[in-house]
Ligand binder design. Structure first.
Ligand code: SAH
Length: 240
């Protein structure tokens, strides 16, 4: 199944073009239902959790989590997407260069609980903004070019603090019917990408077929959500 999309490449300029032409059907106006459903399991009794949003777009989930008292760090290539996020949520913001990433810019709201980096995700690392207590990955692993998945998984794992709870949303459909993005990510691949260092728990599957995805030529689409934690996380918090 995977070979159908293995060589599909979406250049960063193509993403930017989509933003410029408002072809951003991936954007949802309301907080994602699966994030809401599983938030307690992700937060796990903690307060003020540092959430990472890879490929964040202008997801309203970021504002929602910040309003709940968490801190949000996102990475997005499109400057238009980042500005629209702050403007559409009525947040005043400032911007500055990022000394450790040439060409990148950091946008932050005046309350200083939402920090969005405008750069290629692959130039981001834990040396820029530390590690995270939670990750919400919706439209990110499924948007990355399939050939970059191992590299992506390595980067994400390096951004996970010992107690990190990583909520990953993936999609299953027939790749002969639609070429992506979003790309298909079978559960077996989630396991092969993260299973060596992480425990992967399947939390929920929902039928995600809508008029929009039917128009892609699909007659079936399943959205899966997984909770990923570092394998030795428990060991690290045990008293010695
Ligand atoms: N997570 C968001 C956006 C999903 S669409 C949501 O759920 O709404 C994928 C987004 O990733 C697009 O906004 C695109 O501009 C951005 N993107 C794609 N490749 C990227 C990369 N390598 N680095 C940073 N952003 C990227």
């Amino acid at each position: 199944m995977l070979e159908h999309q293995a060589h599909r490449v979406m250049a960063l300029t193509e993403w930017e073009e989509r933003w410029q032409n408002n072809r951003i059907g991936f954007h949802q106006p309301a907080v994602h239902t699966m994030l809401k459903t599983h938030l307690e399991e992700v937060v796990s009794g903690r307060t003020g959790v540092r959430f990472f949003f890879p490929l964040c777009g202008k997801a309203v989930d970021m504002k929602w989590l910040a309003d709940l008292g968490h801190l949000v760090v996102g990475v997005e290539f499109s400057e238009k997407g980042i500005r629209e996020f702050f403007e559409e949520n009525n947040l005043s913001y400032t911007e500055e260069p990022v000394p450790s990433i040439p060409g990148a810019r950091l946008f932050k709201n005046s309350e200083k609980n939402i920090f969005l980096y405008r750069c290629d995700l692959f130039s981001f690392s834990s040396s820029v903004a530390g590690q995270f207590g939670a990750i919400w990955d919706r439209g990110s692993l499924v948007a990355i070019n399939p050939k970059d998945r191992e590299r992506y998984a390595g980067l994400i794992v390096s951004l996970m603090a010992a107690d990190c709870r990583y909520l990953l949303d993936t999609l299953l459909y027939d790749p002969e019917k639609y070429g992506g993005p979003p790309f298909l990510v079978p559960d077996a691949q989630v396991q092969s990408l993260f299973g060596s260092c992480c425990d992967v728990k399947h939390l929920q599957s929902v039928d995600a077929l809508t008029d929009r995805t039917r128009a892609w030529g699909l007659d079936s689409l399943t959205e899966n959500v997984h909770l990923i934690t570092l394998k030795d996380a428990g060991a690290q918090t045990q008293p010695r």
